[in-house]
Design a protein around this ligand. Structure first.
Ligand SMILES: O=C1O[C@H]([C@@H](O)CO)C(O)=C1O
Length: 551
């Protein structure tokens, strides 16, 4: 027996400089936001229990920046969540801010910009947390592979943000070319030869007859994706940093904000390489599938696979998507949800018009973020932080989710829900028809500060009656931080408000968040510990601090 070593949690220090730089993600030179001259940013690797220190210098010339640690709950450190206008002030050019937080749970995570649309400018990277020293994963593997999926636009995010805020809307359209860094082998895209390392095809090197843990996460701006590997099955074992009941799949769906681990056994003809295909889901695929190479060593990586790339399911095959999603169940041993909730918040997702612009609204209010981050202003109890009225807890049962809104006019608001400490909260996300007839899109919703149990899904309007209740799974619902709503459907989530802070909950599609598709949970703010001044010294909070108020 191995002597049990006392938890050897480490402090892991990183020094980052964030700057704009020329890069060619798909062999066409553009400007990306890079970290230490790298795109995507450096991978952070740590063990559960470690403390991450990222000393971040903003070297963008004229823009603020923040980094959100997607999937890390920031228990006790809500000021380190990295959401501009919510958990902290944007870090000004030439300023340095140090993120310090504990990664308490093993899993596949990532980090990304959370100010304006900076994620879509390429500001992201992987964050992988291994089990604590001396502990073991509940499955075995011989090696590991990691894919961080993204999409890419040739227009700058500045152009995109102006277009999205224009009267009338100038929709940014579908991503220009690639769905991942792996795009270079896309049939027809001959300009993407592997001569330019910045757009060279991704190669996943493997040995025959081994089992690999493939980590996959999606930080796409818009696209929902599906991943398939020629002739290989995958066994899904982890979702969003939580173990799931293992199940085999030929292909997996990955929405923006999702992460998975799958086990892959290299039991195919070792004289060949195999294609990994990444295709678009849920929206007309104007972007060709991206390809990576599963390279059975010692074959050369450039040896073309004998088989054609696997064809990912049709973009609008929602039955396929649902079948995959519904198979995701918690692994035995996962904490079960409380049997009942104290509060149910029902959120109707609609596309609307406001003053000639196109917006996304929640219960007919489109979210706008304040000049002063909530964590400071609410902690100080500054008057006029919130509007007089709190947002609606539900929507009219008479609303026809199958039709475009009868009255498309919407208003703007803070969408801040105040949650009492330790209450159990149910959220029902209700999808609806967009402005155009017969259009209802997929929206992946991401919650900061928590995992939630995904209790269930339904078609059409949620009524909260016995039939809807019967659809809820209280036995083995998966814990996740991102959950999708399918077209015209609803999704029910449950979480316990046990992490004081101010947390964003929003559609992870970057342009949709920009268009107002989100809410904020102000959770037991009176119980938030001492907020570091450097996180919230701006706007009305800075004035109050100068006047002698204390955080
Ligand atoms: O927000 C969106 O706007 C467009 C379309 O609805 C209007 O052009 C689209 O596809 C979105 O997802």
């Amino acid at each position: 027996a191995r002597p049990h070593c006392a938890a050897a949690a480490k402090a892991r220090h990183f020094k980052w400089e964030i700057s704009n730089m020329f890069w060619s993600p798909d062999c066409e030179e553009k400007v990306v936001i890079g970290i230490n001259g790298q795109f995507p940013g450096p991978t952070i690797r740590a063990r559960a229990g470690d403390t991450i220190h990222v000393e971040l210098k903003n070297a963008l010339h004229t823009e603020g920046v923040v980094i959100h640690w997607h999937g890390i709950r920031q228990i006790g450190t809500p000021w380190m969540d990295g959401t501009a206008a919510i958990s902290q002030c944007a870090i000004n050019p030439e300023e340095t801010f140090t993120y310090r937080f504990v990664v308490d749970k093993p899993g596949t995570y990532f980090y990304h910009g959370h100010y304006g649309m900076q994620r879509a400018a390429g500001l992201y990277g992987s964050l992988i947390v291994d089990v604590a020293e001396g502990e073991e994963e509940p499955f075995k593997y011989d090696g590991e592979l990691n894919l961080l999926l993204s999409d890419w636009y040739h227009e700058s995010i500045h152009t995109q943000m102006v277009a999205l805020s224009s009267k009338p809307l100038r929709w940014i359209g579908e991503p220009q070319f690639n769905c991942s860094m792996a795009a270079a082998h896309t049939p027809g895209a001959t300009q993407c030869a592997a001569v330019n390392r910045q757009c060279a095809p991704v190669v996943l090197p493997v040995q025959p007859n081994k089992t690999y843990r493939l980590r996959v996460a999606s930080t796409t701006s818009l696209a929902s994706l599906n991943l398939a590997i020629g002739n290989h099955k995958m066994t899904v074992v982890e979702a969003d940093g939580n173990y799931v009941d293992p199940f085999a799949a030929d292909d997996i769906d990955i929405y923006s904000g999702d992460s998975y681990s799958v086990l892959l056994t290299t039991d195919q003809d070792p004289s060949s390489n195999y294609w990994v295909s990444v295709g678009v889901r849920g929206r007309l695929p104007k972007t060709a599938p991206a390809l990576a190479v599963l390279n059975y060593r010692p074959n050369r990586a450039s040896k073309l696979p004998a088989l054609a790339p696997p064809v990912t399911p049709a973009w609008d095959d929602y039955e396929h998507s649902k079948a995959f999603t519904f198979r995701i169940r918690a692994r035995a041993g996962t904490p079960p949800p409380p049997a009942t909730a104290d509060r149910r918040i029902e959120l109707l997702n609609t596309q609307n018009r406001m003053d000639g612009r196109t917006k996304w609204s929640i219960n007919n209010v489109s979210m706008v973020l304040p000049a002063t981050p909530y964590l400071g202003s609410l902690k100080l109890g500054l008057k006029s932080t919130l509007a007089a009225a709190r947002p609606a807890e539900t929507f009219s049962r008479g609303y026809d989710v199958r039709q475009p809104p009868a009255n498309p006019n919407t208003t703007a608001g803070d969408n801040v829900y105040v949650l009492a400490y330790n209450t159990t909260v149910d959220v029902v996300l209700q999808n609806a028809n967009a402005l155009a007839h017969n259009v209802s899109e997929v929206h992946p919703w991401h919650l900061h500060g928590h995992d939630f149990w995904v209790l269930g899904y339904g078609e059409g309007p949620y009524r909260g009656d016995a039939a809807d209740e019967a659809r809820l799974n209280l036995r083995d619902p998966p814990l996740r931080n991102t959950a999708v709503i399918f077209p015209y459907g609803w999704t029910a989530l449950r979480f316990v408000a046990d992490n004081p802070g101010v947390w964003a909950f929003h559609c992870h599609i970057e342009p949709h968040l920009h268009m107002g598709m989100g809410v904020v949970f102000a959770e037991a703010v009176d119980r938030v510990g001492k907020v570091p001044k450097e996180a919230v010294s701006c706007g009305a909070t800075a004035s109050a601090l100068m006047n002698g108020d204390h955080l």
